[in-house]
Ligand binder design. Sequence first.
Ligand code: PMP
Length: 443
Amino acid sequence: TATATTTGATTNAEFFARAQAAIPGGVNSPVRAFRSVGGTPRFLVSAKGAYVTDVEGREYVDLVAGWGPAILGHADPRVIEAVTDAAARGLSFGSSTPAETELAELVEARVAPVEKLRLVSTGTEATMSAIRLARGFTGRDLLVKFAGHYHGHSDGLLAEAGSGLATFALPGSAGVPADIAALTLVLPYNDLDAVRAAFAEHGDRIAAVIFEAAAANMGVVQPSHRFNAELVEIAHAHGALAISDEVLTGFRVSAAGWWGLEQGETAYTPDLLTFGKVIGGGMPVAALGGRADVMDHLAPLGPVYQAGTLSGNPVAVAAGVATLRAADAEVYRTLNTAAARVAGEVSLALDNAGVPHAVQAAGNLFSFVFGDKFVGTGAQDYASVQRQEAYRYAPFFHSMLEQGVSLPPSVFEAWFVTAAHDDAAIDRIVAALPAAARAAASA
Ligand code: PMP
């Protein structure tokens, strides 16, 4: 292939060796290195619909979906056309464009608490900026977060973070000043007593509580009944803001994200929300949005500084607009059906192989916890997911990979379907499951 001649490498192993010499760990984001499952990461060259293809020409049914953005399926023609058209008109202007407003309006039409929206490039930037905004608005410094919730890699949020860090079992990160980490209170998830206690003690110094709308970076852990609602109430009772992080759930679990699924008696209204992934349709777009009076504290109107050379980049925004426009009710029905079928089939195969487990689901996001103690109950917090038989996942993962199915390379990650996961794609997954479940059973 052209790739092979220009680099001299042809196999995944050769590309990985070369990458490791040039790039720390051979990767630009840690979980890609397969450290938790072992083995050689696949070097991908293309993706289409429900499939990805590696440098060796092997095709895999993909259950990573770019870690969430590809709800329509990879390389959806509507998105590719929008990006190609935008690129032909210029890659970056550093000036306002009509499409930025359209993207903001699309979000505001879907998610009622978003009265105004500011675009950034990554989820990390979105949460970092939302926290600065909450601090600037309230004049307070403390932040509350939950163990196992991941909000990107800014300093104050790397305290017991989930995702890659959960895998590597690090307490935080080297390089985070103790004084900055000390401004963050880390509480157990789904524990309102812990929230009440923290606010009772520090309430007048807490600027905000930030939470994943439904946790999906320690595997999937749904908020318990009315958890989000009570959390927002407690924060407000103490004059703090509630920041709902929908970087992962936003525009994936419903047209209005997780917020849209909690209506009626579980309804809650966050002051700020953060988005990423789907909002960029696979390009670097993320956002923070919420109450107009809070958002207007951002520069240039207000005293809270925030900026970005590539914020609202026209090519990236074109992908986001095309994705949200295409993500209609039918797309969400397809996502939900595909997710339910894959989760059900995996669970059945694990049962048939005698592997005790529970399905962890939040809308169309799902993952699995292994071990007797989870059967019938699942896991509700970070301490609990950590106590699973995680060693069963690596052999399961590798058996699936060998059979042409690409799963998230860590048991502490959500699985992602796309609207392109049709019966043919899911049948390929199902065919691979018995052998993979047997591998998990004998681990
Ligand atoms: N918040 C949540 C809930 C996320 O899932 C992620 C990424 N997985 C982030 C924030 C950080 O986003 P990014 O990787 O784009 O910085």
